[in-house]
Design a protein around this ligand. Sequence first.
Ligand code: HEM
Length: 468
Amino acid sequence: MASPLARRPDELAGHQVRPAAPGLVLPEGPRYPRPVQAWLWMKKPTWFLDRCSRAYGDVFTMRLPFGMNMVHIARPDLVKAVFGGDNDVLRAGEANATILEPLVGPHSVLVLDGPEHLRQRKLILPAFHGDRMRAWEAAVRDITRAEIARWPAGQPFALRPSMQAITLDVIVRVVFGVDAGARRDELRRHILAVAALGRNPLLLFATRDRRLGPYSPWARFIRARDALDAALVAEIRQRRAAPDLDRRGDVLSQLLLTRDDEGRAMTDDEVRDELVTLLFAGHETTATSLAWAFDLLLHHPPVLRRLIAELDDGTSEYLDATIMETLRVRPVVALVDRHVREAVRIGGHTIPAGATVCPNIYLVQRREDLYRDPAAFRPDRFAGQTPPAFGWFPFGGGIRRCLGASFATFEMRIVIPEVLRAVTLRPASRRPARIHREAVTFVPHDGARCVVTDRRAYSSAKPSRQDG
Ligand code: HEM
């Protein structure tokens, strides 16, 4: 049952999000058979989204196998209505759980709804407070420098795996607080095994009843996950007993110290689930955004030159604009999901219970009425400007907005200048990478390949100029 609040109409920006009569039809959408739509959504996601939006407008339904109906929302005022709607009726946890629960576990903030979700959010949020993050700056810088030192000179290499190595090390060090070599290497090994298997698109369509044999991708995924779990639980138990627990700045130690409104601590299982959540929500998303930032910068020399010049002058406004523009034109997460528990009216449409409503980040952030020449990479549009309301939401919104948004931006603000300071890069291809889908994220098809053409010492206090 939905809460009594669900029965009260909510007027939001002139658009109602309120219960509607059951048995009503879904908004229009492509008529292809469900398996064909699933294939297009997996293999040609941007082409399919652009085509649907041209043909059906701002609200359309994609019909996928197993009766999944995704209602895409591509208009800022309707996105606002969804984010501000009744969270008991539009349930993000339920929508996320379909794919993520086997990995992140039942206590994860990602898969919970209602008061349980809010409780976990309140427990995690303080660990990412600005003051705490500032203490991690040196670690992020050291990790970035160590990775740059491994880049080959004069030979093409893919930046994305390298950015993944950086963001993974950052999570293991500042989130898990594991510095010691052997334990860190063991954790990294388990994480990489799970991440590699988690990229298999077949897992997305695995059903809850997964009897697919001991050598199936599913069974191998479960074995890798269990091995990671065991390593994490050992780390949690050891940390609980650490004599310096209350003096440590990492997220794991904070989660062990924190208490909810009733004075309860998190259990080992809860802490485990949140660690895996932070790891998988935070590592590849940030790494891929960084890879996109470099891919775009290297293919737009005037933008790169201006960024370097502004960093030389000690200002970071253009860096912030570059990060915002990267997240706009290459959002790593293309949409967010809300599972409809009870029929609702959104704008002029009635969405029946059982469908999934998806504020579409990719489509909204490419609207011509919000952004002139929307496919072009132009950080200028954000220099000293705030983005249009609900027209820029790469981190989602409402009470589900990404918990790591400031952390991700903090990391990008350190890694980008650090790279530009240390090396001169040129792109390995003439054109920017194409958007390719990997599991649930949009990634550069070639991993953002580039070549190091010059290397500088770290001694200079200021970044040196590149000629782009
Ligand atoms: C550029 C990097 C990142 C992007 C683009 C991104 C994007 C997102 C998006 C779109 C959501 C869903 C929001 C919604 O449903 O409205 C989300 C949720 C979340 N993200 Fe991120 N994220 C990034 C980095 C991170 C990092 C670094 C962390 C933590 C270390 C993190 C932790 C989370 C968590 C815990 C949630 C669930 C929040 C909830 O359900 O209440 N993310 N993120």
